[in-house]
Ligand binder design. Structure first.
Ligand SMILES: *Cc1c(COP(=O)(O)O)cnc(C)c1O
Length: 367
């Protein structure tokens, strides 16, 4: 490898070129079909994705954020209600709650970066209506414990699977444990489109019907509107391209797992804490997140060695300016805040060459 070639934290062109001919053919087919929104590609994708997850229903939507807020909307969770969510998530998880006027109640993460199930019950109040489980970085959360708590307190469970397409807990796909699973197909996700996209999966026919109607102006039949809905439709091109990607998802997952396996066995540096795999869970490696007390120095060092990294995420939602109205302060969630200061995501993408992987490992070990 030419050392002047920068290794980016993520690059989507490589993933595209792996299936270039199939993807280009599908895009042309859709362009020539004359049908661009809610057609055959969308309904085929919905069936195929539901089958892949072993879920009864899937409804395609315009984004992962839409999937989240529409999920709470159709469950009737809004003003005056509280929803439990981990503190160290992408802010979209929290917006899915607050767009509906509900209040997020933050819980600290465990050592696998997912919600710490042992800390959920202390946050449950008379107002708590649901737990939003985020399978962060591609690893399934502790669903056994979470589902037990939800049943005991009669809470709804919504899963944010924006980073966990295909990740399993106890052999079962994430997104199929709770009432609703929410997916994003943003290009950088493990099942990524070439623009925005999202979906809701559920086993409940009433939820499926409510989401299907809501996404299209609340209309069941054209120009007959049952509820005040929204426009959140997956378009035909994205659905068609997602069908191509879905047919290769296992290969894409295996490739990332091999890269991360190599990172796990060959990165040896006592300053760097490697990610761990939860017993009973599978990890689909949306991100490979390491931790170090000297994070900013480490990031700088890698940058000088032409290796790009990203912090997922530098500001926890409760300290974000957007959520200053919640009145939460520094020190509120010490573990979440500590993670935000020490985590770093190493380069990881489909189509990453062995030479690139070796160079990253070599530099990390030299730090
Ligand atoms: C990407 C992401 C979302 C939002 O998905 P969009 O499709 O970008 O709206 C929500 N939650 C998590 C955890 C995400 O990573």
């Amino acid at each position: 490898m030419d050392r002047n070639d920068r290794i980016m934290q993520n690059r989507l062109d490589r993933g595209f070129f792996q299936y270039q001919y199939e993807l280009e053919k599908k895009a042309l087919d859709v362009l020539r079909s004359g049908w661009y929104v809610l057609g055959r590609e969308v309904s085929s994708f919905e069936t195929e994705f539901a089958d892949y997850l072993d879920s009864k229903y899937c409804v395609g939507l315009a984004s992962g954020l839409d999937a989240l807020w529409i999920a709470f909307r159709v469950l009737g969770i809004g003003a005056g209600d509280e929803v439990i969510v981990q503190g160290n998530t992408y802010i979209a998880s929290v917006m899915g709650i607050t767009i509906n006027g509900a209040t997020p109640v933050f819980v600290e993460p465990d050592e696998y970066y997912n919600i710490d199930a042992a800390r959920i019950e202390e946050k449950i109040t008379a107002k708590t209506k649901a737990i939003l489980v985020v399978h962060l970085y591609g690893q399934a959360s502790n669903m056994d414990e979470i589902m037990k708590i939800a049943e005991k307190h009669k809470l709804r469970v919504v899963e944010d699977c924006a980073q966990s397409h295909g990740a399993k807990y106890d052999g079962r796909m994430t997104g199929t444990f709770g009432d609703i699973g929410c997916f994003s197909f943003y290009p950088s996700k493990n099942l990524g489109a070439f623009g925005d996209g999202g979906a809701i999966v559920t086993n409940d026919p009433d939820i499926e019907d409510a989401v299907r109607v809501f996404r299209n102006y609340g209309s069941e039949k054209r120009y007959y509107n049952r509820v005040v809905g929204t426009n959140s439709r997956l378009d035909e091109i994205q659905a068609g391209l997602l069908r191509v990607k879905l047919s290769h998802l296992q290969e894409l997952e295996d490739e990332k797992r091999a890269i991360c396996g190599k990172y796990l066995s060959e990165i040896k540096n006592e300053n760097i804490i490697l990610p761990q795999i939860r017993p009973g869970a599978t990890h689909i490696w949306h991100q490979f997140v390491v931790r170090t007390d000297r994070r900013d120095e480490f990031m700088d060092y890698l940058d000088k060695n032409n290796i790009g990294t990203i912090i997922h995420y530098p500001i926890p939602p409760h300290l974000s300016e957007a959520y200053s109205y919640l009145g939460l302060r520094v020190g509120e969630l010490p573990i979440t805040e500590e993670y935000a200061k020490t985590i770093l995501s190493l380069p990881l993408y489909n189509g990453m060459t062995e030479e690139e992987q070796n160079y990253v490992i070599e530099c990390v070990n030299r730090f």
